[in-house]
Design a protein around this ligand. Structure first.
Ligand SMILES: Cc1ncc(COP(=O)(O)O)c(C=O)c1O
Length: 365
């Protein structure tokens, strides 16, 4: 028997390789403790209120979830001043990205995004046989004027990761305004704000405010980062009600599981946990910048919970040495940065351990 052949585009998809999970590293290297700084999770853990909500709802998992995500959508709408029909839930922000290309992109139409950026944009376009147009970053930032030049009559979607992953940089309000002015009506500009909660820059454009001002944008947010719920898979998108109604047609009715929904509602109400998480990241970023400077390493100033660092040496061997000592970072060679890794900001104790081990390994031939 010869195996079934896939669609030609499947061969062109570079499979998404997540950061190594803690358990895998422990098993492989025989380690008791591992510090996971590869996947931009919240190192403080989940909100205690979310955990309590999950425990209280465990007996209900024999039931299908609320198909509309009623209580969570209601809570999000209230928190952000949006209407119920402007919001759609996803099995992580990833799901929303996929739903967008599946809903709007026809084979032959194109999708534009900066490169390097979040790899799911490209996979989501390839999945629907769309044309993918990478526009290189300029000094680690999305080059919106060049992206505007790449837009043509066949452009359906533009993805802007703001902050961008893996560089942690943002586009400003002025840059976004100029970009939106140049786009024609048929383009959906998607602002992927998975790291929204970590940004404090006053020039940062809050996508929800753009939506309320009737700009042609769609916003994506995630519960995986500051909310600490990555393992539950929960994200959401917001756009004009008509845009959302199209996407709703192909959303799986139970794409957002029961425990994720109740945890999401509880986490939204846990302001204390959000503030503590944000403060941990702000403090950790400053500490790490200082240490990288002391070690003579270049880094990109970040608006997110990770930092792109250039270690001045081929990242492969250093990554392996760090792994052996229980530190997992994300090598960036596949993103075109052969000497860099993306490092998640951890708790202060984790950051200090990371720096100590890094320093030893950098000085070991
Ligand atoms: C820019 C960006 N968008 C979306 C996501 C996906 O988030 P989620 O875990 O909610 O699927 C990530 C995750 O790393 C990301 O970096």
């Amino acid at each position: 028997m010869s195996p079934v052949k896939p669609r030609p585009v499947i061969g062109e998809i570079f499979p998404y390789k997540p950061g190594k999970p803690i358990g895998e590293v422990q098993r492989e290297y025989g380690l008791e403790e591992v510090i996971q700084l590869a996947s931009n999770e919240n190192r403080l853990g989940p909100s205690p209120k979310a955990l309590e909500a999950i425990r209280e709802n465990l007996d209900e998992i024999c039931l299908y979830p609320e198909g509309s995500g009623y209580y969570l959508v209601q809570a999000l709408a209230e928190k952000h001043g949006l209407s119920f029909d402007q919001i759609i839930l996803g099995n992580g922000a990833n799901d929303v990205i996929e739903l967008i290309t599946k809903t709007f992109v026809h084979p032959g139409e194109n999708v534009i995004y900066g490169f390097p950026s979040f790899i799911m944009f490209e996979i989501a376009v390839k999945m629907v046989d769309g044309e993918w147009r990478r526009v290189p970053l300029k000094e680690y930032r999305f080059d919106l004027p060049a992206m505007a030049d790449a837009v043509d009559e066949k452009t359906k979607v533009v993805f802007i990761a703001n902050p961008n992953n893996p560089t942690g940089t943002i586009v400003t309000k002025d840059e976004l305004d100029a970009f939106l002015d140049k786009c024609h009506d048929g383009v959906l500009v998607v602002l992927d704000e998975a790291y929204f909660d970590f940004v404090t820059d006053p020039d940062y454009p809050n996508g929800v405010e753009y939506l309320k001002a009737d700009k042609p944008v769609m916003v994506i947010r995630s519960f995986s980062k500051n909310y600490g719920l990555a393992g539950l898979r929960l994200g959401w998108g917001a756009a004009h009600p008509e845009t959302i109604s199209h996407i709703q047609r192909i959303r799986q009715p139970f794409n957002c599981n029961r425990l994720a929904q109740v945890a999401g509602v509880a986490a939204l109400g846990d302001e204390e946990h959000l503030v503590r998480s944000r403060e941990m990241v702000e403090e950790g970023r400053e500490y790490l910048y200082g240490e990288f400077e002391r070690l003579g390493l270049e880094y990109v100033t970040s608006h997110a919970n990770f930092i792109l660092v250039n270690f001045g040496t081929d990242i492969g061997p250093l990554y392996e040495k760090l792994l052996e000592r229980g530190i997992v970072v994300r090598p960036m060679a596949p993103w075109g940065y052969p000497e860099s890794a993306r490092v998640t900001v951890g708790t202060m104790e984790e950051n200090e351990t990371f720096v100590k081990i890094l320093e030893e390994e950098l000085h070991t031939p």
